[in-house]
Design a protein around this ligand. Sequence first.
Ligand SMILES: C[S@@+](CC[C@H](N)C(=O)[O-])C[C@H]1O[C@@H](n2cnc3c(N)ncnc32)[C@H](O)[C@@H]1O
Length: 227
Amino acid sequence: MKKPSSQIKSRERVALSGEVFTAPREVKAMLDLVRKESYSIDATFLEPSCGNGNFLVEIFRRKLKTARALLREREREESWSSEEVGKASFFLHARVALSTYGIELQQDNVEEARARCLSEFRKSLKRSLKRDMSPEEEALIAGILKANLVQGDALSFKDATGKDVSLFQWSLGEDGTLEGRGIRYQDIVEGAPEQDLFNYDQFDEKGEWIPPETTHVGPVPLQEAFQ
Ligand SMILES: C[S@@+](CC[C@H](N)C(=O)[O-])C[C@H]1O[C@@H](n2cnc3c(N)ncnc32)[C@H](O)[C@@H]1O
């Protein structure tokens, strides 16, 4: 029998959920269409059927490359101690993780995507700081990936337990304080003002619609956010 390619796990899964992964060459070519954003550490990416993370991994590779370049530049400018370099690296890596999201139907793919993305952070830290990730750094990045890469049905907007798929809009202050607004994925996709025409609280001063918040994280020091 012919061996399935690395783009499919099994014929059953292809039939069940259209699971055919995108090859690296196509992933790179597609991300090159938004090249500038893909290298910007704070650019928001959300992949609604992220599979085992082919696009997310490449997005992280690009953003992390920028994070390392920024770190080198700041190191030269500021003549930092190794502790200060470590702290700056911690924040830069957190920013990369906080702005990148994925939703995927199948739990095993979610786990695989999180593990592959975490491995990109490990490699990046090793390259920039010439050391392994500390347990604190590992807990932070793994925590963000767990919050941002979630199991869910991007069409029904529900997860496997029937709950609304919800994602956090994060803000990381200059002082290292993290805050997160939980927002329903359905509101992100279908957030048309006419649905809540008489709820004026949901419009900001420019008349733009603000999705209602479902849950809140923080404000909390970044180091303590995912312990
Ligand atoms: C064609 S694959 C693409 C995976 C990945 N984006 C890539 O390019 O390698 C489609 C993926 O979407 C997932 N999927 C199918 N229906 C979905 C749904 N309703 N919501 C979220 N994910 C879904 C499948 O499990 C599969 O992993």
